[in-house]
Design a protein around this ligand. Structure first.
Ligand code: PMP
Length: 379
């Protein structure tokens, strides 16, 4: 059987990883400045994470939603403390798309409305509802044809107000990323987010903050929206939550009723996923990784901002979009093949996206900075 290949592939086969580095099957070393698309939060194969997962594997990994699993409670408590959302309830699942799918469903059950408002440039996953609120030129009708899903322009307050004026009573939820990642590191204005919150409150619309990519300390805050002092009704998370182990979470305001059977998934909250997620939170706290994300992000920006061919830098913490005066794909290829550094692209072809582990050290950022300098100066 062949694979149903859905992604374009580089001809590199990483077989081992440690900290910020990967090694391929030929023993070549690579610096990972993309973290498997923001998945690596505390660095590859962190000793504490490794030990906790191994210890759990030797004890029990049992899938059942009808018996107690104390690791779930420990995870919820620790996540509540570190994120500041102690009074919210946690539903555990396995991916970002699944978290969003559940959030949209919960919102509809809560207020009995069916329409969902999303924004230009958004990415929320590839399951049916999640893809319908995703603005991806590659994924168009017939998937997201439904009149249930309404697109409004990013950071456009006037359009938002007009849409609510006409349809507000039918809009069940608004879904928005803390910072748009796939869209090219697009940061919402505080006025835009505040207006969304105000309209949601006015129209009994559920505000869903998708922090799948921007959450878990990446932005220099636990969740990116926290910089703006906005409190959503539902927050979704995944990626960095498991540092490579598949896990997703939905943080739910206590006003939502937990009804039997509405949400559920076989693997959600299994012992191994919980052990991985707890280890991530422990390391984040122990090693002050949110502060490190702030500092290292600032350092990188300062060091590269005057390089040639850079039009602008859009950044919060270690979520960095480098806008070039051209398509970034040749720069990305040169960084990978000539300098052995993994970086990412985005839907905006001119934006090079970098998402290093939150454990990144200054010496490692210098490797990237020097390589980028060489590549850009050669153009
Ligand atoms: N939301 C956002 C903001 C994302 O960036 C992604 C993944 N790129 C998803 C949701 C989907 O997550 P997953 O691939 O785990 O389903």
């Amino acid at each position: 059987m062949n694979l149903f290949n859905v992604y374009p592939l580089f001809n590199i086969n990483p077989v081992k990883a440690q900290g910020s580095f990967l090694w391929d099957d030929k023993g070549e070393q690579y610096l990972d400045f993309y973290g498997g698309h923001a998945v690596i939060s505390i660095g590859h194969n962190h000793p504490h994470y490794h030990a906790k997962l191994k210890e759990q594997l030797e004890k029990i990994s049992f899938y059942s939603n009808s018996v107690q699993n104390e690791l779930q409670t420990e995870l919820a408590e620790k996540l509540g403390k570190l994120s500041g959302y102690e009074d919210y309830n946690l539903f555990l699942c396995n991916s970002g798309a699944e978290a969003n799918e559940n959030a949209l469903k919960l919102a509809s059950f809560h207020n009995g409305k069916s329409k969902v408002l999303y924004f230009s440039g958004s990415f929320h996953g590839r399951t049916s509802a999640a893809v319908s609120v995703t603005d991806n030129p590659k994924i168009v009708a017939p998937v997201n044809f439904s009149e249930r899903f309404i697109k409004s322009d990013w950071n456009d307050i006037e359009q938002l107000e007009k849409t609510f004026e006409v349809l507000g009573n039918e809009i069940s939820s608004v879904i928005i990323e803390g910072i748009q990642g796939v869209g090219g590191i697009m940061i919402p204005t505080v006025e835009f987010l505040s207006k969304i919150k105000e309209l949601c409150d006015q129209y009994n619309t559920v505000l869903i903050l998708d922090e799948v990519q921007s959450g878990y300390g990446r932005s220099g805050y636990f969740f990116a929206h926290q910089e703006f002092g906005i409190e959503p009704d539902i927050i979704t998370t995944a990626k960095g939550m498991g540092n490579g182990f598949p896990v997703g979470g939905v943080l739910i305001h206590p006003k939502f009723q937990a009804s039997n059977g509405l949400l559920g998934t076989t693997f959600g909250g299994n012992h191994l996923a919980c052990a991985a997620s707890i280890a991530v939170l422990d390391v984040m706290k122990e090693e002050n990784l949110i502060d490190n994300a702030q500092q290292m992000g600032e350092y990188i920006e300062n060091e590269i901002k005057d390089l040639p061919h850079i039009k602008s830098i859009r950044r919060k913490g270690l979520m960095i979009g480098i806008e070039l005066d051209r398509d970034c794909s040749e720069v990305r290829k040169s960084l990978l093949y000539d300098h052995h550094i993994f970086t990412g692209n985005s839907n905006d072809k001119s934006v090079l996206r970098i998402l290093p582990a939150l454990t990144i050290r200054k010496e490692e950022t210098d490797l990237f900075i020097n390589a980028l300098k060489i590549v850009l100066e050669k153009i």
